[in-house]
Ligand binder design. Structure first.
Ligand SMILES: *Cc1c(COP(=O)(O)O)cnc(C)c1O
Length: 456
């Protein structure tokens, strides 16, 4: 007898993961090491320690340890908003009249509104544990800054956020959430750092970029005693913390004997996708099971589908280590599309390597198609999705519609990374019919890739 699958599969506290899973341990081709921007040699722990706190440096450089214990205080914090629900999208399936079985893991169930809190609390915890005074970071659309300010507010750690100036101006409410949790928020580029002043001099009136805000936050961290820098995506450590998403999903699915055929996630810097797929990819790498894995990115910022696999700078100011990744070039300025969390020029080295080795597929989608999917999802499943998350919804709907044609009963799991309450200008644009799709030309991308550093 098959068990009826509930709308939401929860885990009780005892079932929640006690360790994070480090996907790198099972990768035959490890992600390429970070290189020092000065010497182009692989970075050492000593190189990274002025920037990141010690425990996170260890996690960043460790390609071998498979499981990392989640400290008790982080597990306790997780209990406030985790496990996140794994939802069977019965209503969406019904609406689409598809034989596919659709599940989504919903990470928007906390005040910051996204999965980013999973790593924010971990990074803040290790900084606090080291006796540091505070952390600095950048935020683009604002989700990461909000998550970090919540984590720092909880632990009593100072939090300085450099927020991309256009977002600072367009999303005053995000800013106020951060300030409520005790963070200080500075629009970037600012005149508080050397790199900010240089960028302002070169581009007066610029609205800023993520790469530029990163440079400012790093400078502020290394020049202020007792501070370190933290980053919300891209890094190996962030994918490690985000593995909690996939581990919970897998435990919940295993409880009911469900095996996804296909796992779909949006990809900005790669942290939610890397986390969602982690335990499944582990099985795939070890040859124990197979899954089709799809990364979905915006057509306006297509690092996997149109970028180059090469060493590049992670920031505009070129102060951070170099990472080997699929990149559009650190100077790439994506058009101001509405999925702010997906506008980064590069992609996590782990996902880049897996994509390069053929373990992951990638596709890009245009934003009007993304919002069409978002609207359908909101009307059927009730949740107002973040534009970023809606990239995954788009792909999941497209796959479910393919199943309708072929009659295949595939099981689809996708990551619903967050809610869209701070993205209502974007929804207004879509509802007014004024949203456009900007796709960079080959010439745009080539021009940006010309500035890649010369490293094999
Ligand atoms: C930041 C963000 C993303 C993209 O970041 P990844 O590191 O690629 O996961 C996706 N969805 C939401 C809601 C976000 O806030």
């Amino acid at each position: 007898m098959t068990q009826q699958i509930p709308y939401k599969i929860y885990l009780n506290e005892e079932e929640m993961p006690k360790t994070w899973y480090n996907l790198r341990a099972d990768m035959k081709n490890k992600p390429a090491p970070l290189l020092s921007p000065a010497t182009h040699q692989p970075v050492t722990a000593e190189d990274l320690q002025p920037v990141f706190c010690d425990e996170l440096v260890k996690q960043e450089l460790d390609n071998d340890t498979r499981d990392f214990e989640i400290p008790q205080q982080i597990r306790d914090f997780y209990k406030m908003y985790r496990p996140s629900p794994l939802v069977r999208a019965y209503c969406l399936e019904e609406k689409l009249q598809t034989p596919a079985k659709i599940y989504y893991k919903f990470e928007g169930n906390n005040t910051s509104g996204s999965h980013k809190l999973n790593s924010a609390i971990a990074q803040a915890y290790y900084a606090k544990n080291q006796g540091l005074k505070g952390v600095t970071t950048e935020t683009g659309a604002g989700q990461w800054g909000t998550a970090l300010s919540m984590a720092c507010g909880y632990l009593g750690l100072d939090c300085k956020v450099y927020m991309v100036k256009v977002s600072y101006e367009q999303k005053p409410f995000r800013r106020e959430v951060m300030r409520t949790y005790g963070a200080s928020v500075t629009p970037s580029p600012s005149d508080t750092t050397n790199v900010g002043r240089a960028i302002l001099a070169a581009h007066p009136g610029t609205g800023g970029s993520l790469g530029c805000a990163i440079s400012e936050a790093v400078e502020a961290a290394v020049s202020t005693p007792g501070y370190r820098y933290v980053l919300g995506s891209v890094l190996n450590q962030v994918l490690l913390h985000q593995s909690v998403i996939g581990l919970e999903s897998k435990i919940a699915m295993d409880k009911y004997g469900i095996k996804p055929d296909m796992i779909i996630g949006c990809a900005g810097g790669g942290s939610n996708l890397g986390g969602l797929i982690a335990p499944f990819m582990g099985e795939k790498l070890r040859g124990e099971a197979d899954y089709q894995i799809i990364a979905v990115e915006p057509a306006s910022c297509p690092s996997l589908t149109r970028g180059k696999f090469a060493y590049d700078f992670c920031d505009t100011g070129m102060v951070c280590p170099l990472a080997k990744m699929y990149t559009l070039g650190s100077g790439f300025m994506p058009s101001p599309n509405h999925a702010g969390g997906l506008r980064y020029h590069g992609m996590s080295s782990i996902l880049s390597q897996l994509y390069h080795d053929g373990y992951i597929e990638a596709r890009s989608v245009e934003q009007t198609k993304v919002f069409e999917a978002a609207q359908l999802f909101a009307r059927t499943e009730g949740i107002l999705p973040a534009p970023e998350s809606s990239h995954a919804i788009r792909a999941a709907i497209d796959e479910a519609l393919k199943c309708k044609e072929t009659g295949e009963e595939k099981t689809i799991l996708f990551g619903l990374t967050g809610t869209g309450y701070f993205d209502l200008y974007a929804y207004a644009n879509y509802n007014d019919g004024t949203m456009t799709d900007y796709i960079p030309t080959d010439a745009d991308i080539e021009a940006s890739l010309k500035n890649l550093p010369d490293i094999d």
